[in-house]
Design a protein around this ligand. Sequence first.
Ligand code: F6R
Length: 370
Amino acid sequence: EKGGWSSFMAKEISEEPEALEQTLLGRVHDGLVVLDEIAEGFPDDALRAVDRIVVLGAGTAAYSGLLGKYAIEKWAGVPVEVELAHEFRYRDPVLGPNTLVVSISQSGETMDTLMAVKYAGERGARTLSICNTQGATIARESDAVLYTRAGPEVAVASTKAFTAQVAALYLFGLHLGRVRGVLADEASRALVAELQALPAKLQQVLLQGDEVRQMARQMSDTRSVLFLGRHVGYPVALEGALKLKELAYIHAEGFAAGELKHGPIALIEPGQRVFVIVPSPRDGASLHPKVVSNIQEIRARGAHVLAIAEAGDVAVLPFADEVLRIPLAGTMFEPLLAVAPLQQFAMELAAAKGLDVDQPRNLAKSVTVE
Ligand code: F6R
């Protein structure tokens, strides 16, 4: 039941902090990640032997997988590729006995993903699934399963399941890093603490719902929206664009901000709406000034810039037309705060256009055909 919310989607976005919390529950002991539930399929020795990880999923699940790549490579030092499940098994992928295939699926029934997992298993790869549905087919087909605990997701567009998927991938990355001796306990504890602080921060982000609604209402006749992000902001841009296509039937594209001058900047004309996910100015890799300069470039060509930026980041103010704020968090954790306003935005824009946000046209909640 919707329980007072205007849609299941609105309710499910409001449940994201809880989805995060539940996904962490019982998986942290003494400040460190402990994943007993995968130990049978993946004893520590097997995890130490892994030399490559292939992450598979479709749609939103593939975008959470991209964030998993950043996390696993950073924390565990294992090379990770992310591939759309429906492309994977049609191109003779190279799989070895030490390739770990991680599949991601909310429903656990997506045929494209299921077939890819079966294919990987038949070719000798070890398979781990990240799944939101207890006992689903993909979970049963895998050597081990790490459940996201987002609770049932009814709206066709995935929201809280994405957040829980990212949390599960991060837990797995932290676990793998420690088992492999790449991540010291102290560093691991600091990252776990960041993860545990997220539900409260996300709750704060969701309080901007009215501002997001205002923003969306002014844009109900917009024909095209671009989304720019860099590093972990890039998957957020892709997900923001997907949500808008699905829900509001508006042409939307996500780009890596660094790619702008390699082509997409040609799309910028006066009035073009562009969301920019701005990295933290405290980020050590100094991506912040680069993204701010991207904003200047598109603004100079007449773009209408909607920035999602860290609280206190004043550098964006002279160039952004509108700014939504996220609380301070470590770089890797920003996506878990930045995606919710984009989900809300797509939902509000769809609502402003009088569309059914829970049941967008032509889509099914679980795609059980190839
Ligand atoms: C996006 C969306 C789809 C699903 C995709 C995978 O809002 O809902 O892109 O994410 O169909 O579905 P699952 O995760 O059930 O395998």
